[in-house]
Design a protein around this ligand. Structure first.
Ligand SMILES: CC1=C(CCC(=O)O)c2cc3nc(cc4[nH]c(cc5[nH]c(cc1n2)c(C)c5CCC(=O)O)c(CCC(=O)O)c4C)C(CCC(=O)O)=C3C
Ligand SMILES: [Fe+2]
Length: 306
């Protein structure tokens, strides 16, 4: 039996879990009361708390089903989250207890950065060492180039374009976004910025669109500089250039969560409306069976590599 360790960010369980969650994201440093209150307000604006963990659980269950159909029950999926239970460390222990001898590690984020996917892989190494386990494993660093993924995103882009009239579509600008990171990744030669560009190019080519841009979203509220251009500034910039129809494709994310439901649908949408910009975004994959089939293919292909 091959283990599949599916990993994602995790979200607060309920409003009472917010301080613990925020402190965990900040590597153990508690946020100030103002920072906490600000975060609480953002969660309240999307209905109290994030749907992320529930969606991630459905994705893991759907991936297990797809693997069962395609590979005859030779894979067992385990879920490990970065910042909330079930933690990656618990999933590693569960795998060992289940007698798993080797596993594929998959992060539910398509692009690689040392500060995103790299940290999930670090957590696996630390957990294995902590428990004196020596399971061989293969991490899927990134999967933004996977042609099935590109086709699925292209399909979502074409679908979302239908929300604009044919005239508006002729004028429409598509913006591909991913989570911003501190600018220190530029000095480290991190592949993340290039990977976002490549994924956008591939999708644009697949849908036959030529007017598109890139932006970073959801930059942290810290003093250090984060990667730009920011999505909100980009929408302002486009309006100043005379573009009033904008489609955002948050290609760096595969679920609905705070970054999508608040940062795009509320914060960025408000700025767009104030400017008279018609803004839409592509729908998240969530537990779309086609998306989970794509992940199943990816896992099977990776498990067959020597
Ligand atoms: C690369 C990356 C991804 C994408 C890859 C991946 O998915 O792994 C991602 C996703 C997400 N980030 C999320 C939430 C948050 N991230 C924060 C803060 C931060 N993110 C960072 C990086 C990333 N984050 C970093 C370097 C910080 C600063 C830490 C510090 O301060 O040292 C904060 C703190 C407050 C704020 O800054 O807004 C929150 C609440 C949620 C879930 C929201 C929900 O519950 O629905 C999701 C999916
Ligand atoms: Fe984050």
């Amino acid at each position: 039996m091959m283990g599949v360790l599916v990993m994602a960010y995790g979200s607060a369980q309920d409003p009472d879990d917010l301080l613990r969650y925020y402190t965990h994201i900040r590597h153990g440093r508690a946020p100030s009361p103002e920072q906490l209150e600000n975060l609480r307000m953002r969660y309240e604006a999307i209905g109290g708390f994030s749907p992320l963990t529930a969606i991630t659980q459905k994705q893991a269950a759907g991936l297990q089903e797809a693997l069962n159909v395609m590979a005859g029950e030779s894979f067992q999926v385990f879920l490990g989250l970065k910042h909330s239970p079930p933690f990656i460390d618990e999933a590693i222990l569960d795998m060992a207890r289940a007698g798993i001898e080797r596993f594929v590690a998959l992060v539910l984020a398509p692009h690689y950065s040392t500060m995103s996917v790299g940290e999930y892989f670090d957590e696996i190494r630390e957990s294995l060492a902590r428990h004196n386990l020596s399971l061989p494993w293969r991490g899927i660093s990134s999967w933004y180039q996977n042609c099935r993924f590109i086709d699925l995103v292209a399909h979502r882009v074409l679908k979302a374009r239908e929300k604009f009239s044919p005239d508006e579509q002729a004028d429409l600008v598509t913006i591909f976004t991913a989570h911003s990171l501190p600018q220190t990744i530029y000095q480290k030669g991190d592949p993340y910025p290039t990977e976002l560009r490549q994924s956008g190019e591939l999708v644009a080519e697949a849908c036959g669109i030529t007017r598109y841009r890139y932006a970073w979203q959801s930059a942290g509220r810290t003093k250090e500089p984060w990667m730009g251009p920011d999505i909100v500034d980009t929408v302002r910039q486009l309006a100043s250039e005379g573009y009033y129809h904008v489609l955002i494709c948050p290609i760096g994310f595969v679920s609905d969560h705070l970054e999508v439901l608040y940062d795009l649908d509320i914060e960025c949408q408000q700025v767009a409306q104030d400017l008279g910009v018609h803004m839409e975004r592509t729908a998240s994959f969530n537990d779309d069976p086609k998306f989970l089939e794509m992940l199943a293919h990816l896992v099977m292909e990776t498990s067959q590599l020597e």
